[in-house]
Write a protein that binds this ligand. Structure first.
Ligand code: COA
Length: 431
């Protein structure tokens, strides 16, 4: 018998399913490329009859229609990572940012029991009724662990089946059969500066290392220069097309991993359809929730772990702001600190932060004496290790404050070095 027959009492249209959402409810939306767009659109259509529905959505890659001015009485977005569709709403006060390490988001959801309803997109079920979370396990799965949360599942034939974490159709309050293309992220364009940074970082990656790559175009710039490495492994939050290409070339084979040997470990996938076809029913993929993949104690079990992430601004002592421009909230902490801490504890680990030396067309230095007023410290100076720009790489571990000042000035853009040194003397950071 087909699964549709077994679950016919639960199968409804999207419009019908979202009627369980009431004014004042808190609703979780599946993350990033896993956004169940059909359910979100059905919810948005109910705006005239709903008030103060709080939406928790991390990286929003869809239209974020619920964030727009005319929706403000119906929906209030609150999320731990902002993007194009949500940033302006937070800046103008209609929405809010929710500070939380990525590995702790599931704990927040399950222990505070804060979600009334969750909108989740899954693959079609197997013969036991188990659906895969596909491209988005991350925090999305944690809603299913909270018995109080009503789950609406959008079963999508285009969602790849990833091994590692499933949800049974029995857990669903409603099931909506609706196919949609999984949101894609095209290959990023890599600038000349990013290429130089990529080369500098690649020099720090050895055969047999296990890597994590953060968000942005920088990670792909690095991957481009790893083509001649052997036996790389992946334990990451995010897996992209860059990693797929290295796996297809045989550079990534996960054979030397000390945890989950042979497996790509990740909690979400973001890229083109080629990536989604690559991960579909691929026995080498282990897709787990982010309270597992991002737990620093789990990350640390990978020997020779290399974490590569980006930042907005670094001060001369190595303190970093990776998620705001002054008080303006730009993105979020994501898994940056989770991976830096886990990697610093890994035997042979190297945590790396990459940044172009300047921003705004070369008019400002990203290496500064002091972080901008109102900036959020993402990675503290106690956690920071390798910092890499297009002018080189420095390792801050074991350097005292004065040595850090000199090291960081040495990789600043030459046009700003003299000014930074002058300021450092004036502020008695150099004596
Ligand atoms: N001062 C002022 N503006 C700055 C700036 C600075 N020091 N540094 C960057 N900007 C501006 C850029 O000009 C750009 O503006 P625009 O959108 O108007 O063009 C914007 O900030 C984004 O900078 P960019 O360098 O293009 O960002 P990115 O896409 O490469 O992402 C981070 C970089 C740091 C924002 C991103 O990696 C992030 O959010 N990291 C934190 C979370 C994380 O690391 N997670 C890891 C696991 S996924």
């Amino acid at each position: 018998m087909s699964w549709e027959n077994n679950y016919k009492n639960k199968i409804v249209s999207a419009d019908e399913a979202v009627k369980i959402i009431k004014s004042g409810d808190r609703v979780l939306i599946g993350h990033a490329t896993g956004e169940p767009s059909v359910l979100v659109e059905a919810l948005v259509k109910r705006a005239p009859e709903l008030r103060n529905v709080e939406l928790m959505h991390m990286v929003c890659m869809g239209k974020a229609r619920y964030c727009q001015e005319d929706m403000k009485d119906s929906f209030a977005y609150s999320g731990p990572f902002l993007g194009n569709g949500t940033r302006e709403a937070v800046a103008s006060g209609r929405a809010d940012y929710w500070p939380c390490f990525m590995h702790e988001i599931p704990k927040m959801i399950t222990t505070r029991k804060i979600m009334d309803v969750a909108l989740i997109m899954v693959s079609p079920p197997d013969e036991k009724g188990e659906c895969s979370f596909g491209v988005s396990v991350d925090y999305t799965e944690s809603a299913a662990r909270t018995p109080q949360t009503k789950i609406i599942l959008q079963v999508n034939n285009r969602m790849p089946y990833t091994y590692g974490t499933t949800i049974n159709l029995n857990r669903a309050h409603y099931i909506v059969k609706a196919d949609q293309e999984v949101i894609e992220l095209p290959d990023p364009k890599i600038s000349e500066v990013e290429e130089k940074i990529g080369r500098n970082i690649a020099a720090l990656v050895n055969d047999g290392d296990t890597i994590q790559m953060g968000i942005g175009s920088m990670p792909d710039a690095v991957l481009n220069f790893l083509g001649d490495r052997k036996h790389l492994g992946v334990h990451s939050e995010l897996v992209s097309d860059g990693m797929r290409k290295l796996a297809e070339k045989g550079v990534i084979d996960n054979s030397r991993k000390t945890l989950h040997q042979g497996k790509f470990v990740a909690n979400f996938f973001m890229g083109t359809r080629k990536l989604y076809d690559f991960i579909d029913k691929n026995k080498d993929i282990l897709a787990k929730p982010c309270d597992y993949t991002n737990d620093p104690f789990v990350i640390a079990q990978n020997d020779n772990m290399v974490a590569i992430n980006a930042t907005m601004q670094v001060d001369l002592y190595g303190q970093m702001n990776s998620n705001s421009i002054g008080v303006y909230q730009y993105s979020g902490v994501g898994g940056q600190v989770d991976f830096i801490r886990g990697t610093n504890a890994s035997k042979g680990g190297r945590s790396i932060i990459a940044l172009p030396s300047t921003a705004k067309g070369g008019s400002i230095s990203k290496i500064v004496c002091f972080l901008d007023y109102g900036s959020a410290v993402t990675t503290s100076r106690y956690d920071s290790r390798f910092i890499v720009t297009e002018y080189g790489a420095v390792d801050l571990f074991g350097l005292n404050l004065r040595q850090r000042v000199k090291a960081l000035i040495s990789i600043a853009h030459p046009a700003f070095r003299e000014q930074l040194e002058k300021e450092a003397w004036e502020k008695k950071m150099l004596r």
